[in-house]
Design a protein around this ligand. Sequence first.
Ligand SMILES: C[S@@+](CC[C@H](N)C(=O)[O-])C[C@H]1O[C@@H](n2cnc3c(N)ncnc32)[C@H](O)[C@@H]1O
Length: 270
Amino acid sequence: MRWLMDFKEFKQRIYRRFGLYLEGYKEPQLKRRIESLMFSLNVQSYQEYWELLNRDPDQWQRFVDKITINVSEFFRNPELFQRLEKEILPELLKRRQVLKIWSAACADGPEPYSVAIILKELTPKVRHRIEATDVDLGALEAARRGIYPRRAVQAVSPERLRRYFRQEGENFHLVPEIKELVTFRQHDLLSDPYGQDYDLILCRNVTIYFTTEVQDRLYRQFYKSLAPGGVLFIGATESIFQYREIGFEKLAPWFYRRPEEARKWGLGIT
Ligand SMILES: C[S@@+](CC[C@H](N)C(=O)[O-])C[C@H]1O[C@@H](n2cnc3c(N)ncnc32)[C@H](O)[C@@H]1O
């Protein structure tokens, strides 16, 4: 008799077949989401669900959508983007004319595009390097299209809305002038190698889904990926408890800096 597949084996098979590494996610939440999908499909076992995912690409996309949670918006937590615009980016621009920036787990793009808008205004003539990655190919496709519902642009000022978006019916189309400033590619934070020498890394509202050990590993990897003096910007519900041990300095809540010995910043440590 064939043993039924358990959750552990299901996760391993997903990784081997599709490359999505589910081990790093908090198990109770992950299981709840997967089982609610199975319930809605009237699927009784992981074995049956595994077979369905293998033969039906639409079901696979639905599965990825459920696991990844692509909700995002422009200038999410506007007061933090204010700080980014008024304090963090101007300081970074004193160190380097052309910045290298990574928006990790960018969903359908509002986060890296918000940074692109700010930089376009701060340094209109400079072409910075803004990379944006996500594990979900569907989200990346939507990011490249750059078409958003009203909900996603609610924190955009009326002036920026007029300048950088074209409204068509209920949707807001981002202008090519901003779209072309961001490069999107697929990247799994849990299993792909990280880049180097970033001045700013944004990783917001994704580590909450990962186990504490994985969060710790990721923050250490981000530290190594930053150039000395570079800044990590995290989500408003997140905090890096062991930031000192990793080597970070806390510039302000939600902004952590990899120190650069020779320089002193004007910002207070909060
Ligand atoms: C809630 S969105 C956050 C979007 C944006 N950073 C923000 O704060 O508005 C979470 C994103 O994390 C992505 N994600 C989930 N697991 C991931 C992984 N292992 N590697 C990379 N991205 C992942 C999802 O696809 C989703 O787009």
